[in-house]
Write a protein that binds this ligand. Structure first.
Ligand code: HEM
Length: 522
């Protein structure tokens, strides 16, 4: 996270100096509950005044937090600047938060960034309550239902074919391609076409200056959502965000996105009006904007009514939640396969066996059900590299409990899915990439197995799993059916991570893509 300017650094150093004096004092024992009764708080490592435990997070908090949990236990009380937080790092503790006491932990903390960028009316950051219940129902029942997801099958197949062509063209003559770029374009285009429909999405992703500017706006949007403003964590430092330009960037990004959404919604309204006059009313190819306008215009069975701002907020949520996460999962899958050539071979053998080898053969979604090793590869990738390693924080509005520890009301609850996925208590040879572990196993990521929770679970679990998984599988199958991927001669992959809205590869994924067979273009 690019949070620190020289000015902020000076302030942090000052805080450190004050803290050194404080360190000479005895640590404070855990305090009682908010109503004054004595209840046992989770253990808490020694913190610093002002910063609390913020300085311990480092640049990759999921890693630092796993070390803290190893030293102090699976449920820890931390203070991130002025924000109290409980860190959950075991499957048993996660199960208590997301299943046993799911209702108590079904709210989210307030995020000033999300309020600014998502109109304070989205789903993912909304506090638990009537608005969230209704908006989430719209997502689950209307936008992301199995039937709706199936209706985007053609989008995924066409975009996977376009991805293959893009990689073929960029890698012509043995040129090195940073695969992260085409994978992100693929994830973005699939979500854009589902959200806006083919016509409007094509307008957004045109090549040339306009397309580039818009892609940059969406990149900034994801980057901002992955940033915690300093002022939110440390009292009195809100002005630092203004000085370093975050405020201006938020305003510009918000205005640009708002303009795009206004135009797309207006176009849809006009087209729908014209279609109604012609008597057209087909549900087959409705995009998200159409579906939300239907909810907006009709009195439906549960009386949900969305206004234009809420429609814009929900659409932006789909971009925020569904693009970086999906492309990150694909990046890590390819990275692990390249560093485990026997797994790559096994997957490519499976692809040839299922899809066939004739030149005109292409991967379609009909093949996905038969690609069992591919499914195991995706699960193993999400176990070792959950794209959002600390999930999305929860916040109990009232006093609550985790594994017998008292959790005071409005404490932020952070679940380290990355540490849980690598916990030797749940996994044999936990640090190793072994897709075979899933071949004869019913374990999956849909929320019944708390050792594997890349999508969270319970009331706030990800409603986009059914959209994300075929998107990831189609791209991986199409790429690995068509290309042998390898680092350029004399280089190896840099597997270091960088933190953001999702945790991605720091140096990208520079590869040579050697065509296995002529790419068939339909
Ligand atoms: C590999 C891809 C994805 C991953 C790893 C992922 C992960 C997550 C996680 C960890 C959460 C928070 C869960 C919790 O608090 O228990 C979440 C929430 C959410 N995700 Fe996903 N997601 C992915 C793709 C998608 C897609 C494609 C969409 C929609 C098109 C989507 C829509 C949402 C929404 C709307 C929420 C908020 C749910 C709520 O707060 O009620 N996600 N996702």
């Amino acid at each position: 996270m690019a949070l620190v300017t020289p000015l902020a650094l000076a302030l942090l150093l000052l805080a450190f100096t004050v803290s050194l004096l404080y360190l000479l004092r005895k640590p404070t024992p855990p305090r009682s509950g908010s109503d004054g009764t004595q209840r046992q708080l989770p253990p808490s490592p020694r913190g610093l005044p002002l910063l609390g435990h913020l300085h311990l997070l480092g640049s990759l908090p999921h890693r630092a937090l796993r070390s803290l949990a190893a030293a102090h236990g699976p449920v820890l009380l931390l203070r991130l600047g002025r924000v109290p937080a409980v860190l959950v790092s075991s499957a048993a503790a996660a199960e208590e938060v997301m299943r046993t006491r799911d209702l108590a932990f079904a709210s989210r903390p307030r995020s000033a960034m999300a309020e600014r960028l998502l109109y304070g009316r989205d789903v993912a950051f909304a506090p638990y309550g009537e608005y969230w219940r209704q908006a989430r129902r719209v997502c689950v029942v209307h936008l992301l239902s199995p039937l709706r997801i199936l209706s985007f099958r053609r989008v995924r197949e066409e975009e996977a074919a376009a991805l293959v062509e893009r990689v073929r063209d960029a890698g012509a003559g043995g040129a090195v391609v940073d695969l992260c770029e085409p994978l992100l374009v693929y994830a973005n285009t699939v979500v854009s076409r589902a959200a806006f429909g083919d016509k409007s999405a094509r307008g957004l992703y045109v090549d040339g200056d306009k397309g580039r500017v818009l892609r940059k706006v969406f990149t900034d949007f994801n980057e901002l959502l992955g940033t915690a403003p300093l002022g939110e964590l440390l009292p009195g430092l809100g002005w630092v965000d203004a000085v370093k330009g975050t405020e201006g960037k938020i305003r510009r990004t918000f205005e640009a996105l708002d303009g795009v959404l206004e135009k797309v919604i207006d176009d849809h309204r006009r087209r729908r009006q014209a279609g109604r006059q012609k008597g057209e009313d087909s549900d087959d190819h409705r995009d998200f904007v159409d579906v939300l306008l239907d909810v907006n215009e009709t009195d439906n069975e549960v009386g949900i009514r969305l206004d234009t701002i809420e429609i814009k907020a929900i659409i932006l949520d789909m971009f925020a939640a569904g693009t970086d996460t999906t492309s990150t999962a694909m990046e890590w899958a390819i990275t692990e396969l390249i560093t485990h050539p026997h797994c790559m071979r096994k997957l490519q053998d499976e692809l040839r066996a299922v899809v066939g080898i004739a030149d005109h053969h292409v991967v379609t979604e009909d093949h996905l059900d038969k690609l069992l090793y591919l499914k195991a590869v995706v699960k193993e990738t999400l176990r070792l590299h959950p794209p959002i390693p600390l999930l999305v924080p929860r916040e109990p509005p009232n006093d609550a409990e985790i594994l017998g520890y008292h959790v005071p009301a409005r404490t932020r609850v952070v679940i380290n899915a990355w540490a849980i996925g690598r916990d030797p208590a749940s996994w044999d040879r936990a640090e190793e990439f072994m897709p075979e572990r899933f071949l004869d196993s019913a374990v999956d990521y849909r929320g019944q197995n708390f050792g594997l929770i890349p999508f969270g679970t319970g009331r706030r679990g990800c409603p986009g799993v059914g959209f994300a998984v075929p998107t990831v599988e189609m791209a991986l199958a199409s790429l690995l059916y068509n290309f042998d991927l390898a680092p350029a001669a004399g280089t190896s992959l840099d597997m270091r991570e960088v933190n953001g809205l999702s945790v991605r590869l720091k140096s990208g994924l520079p590869l040579v893509a050697k065509r296995i067979k002529p790419v068939f273009v339909n």
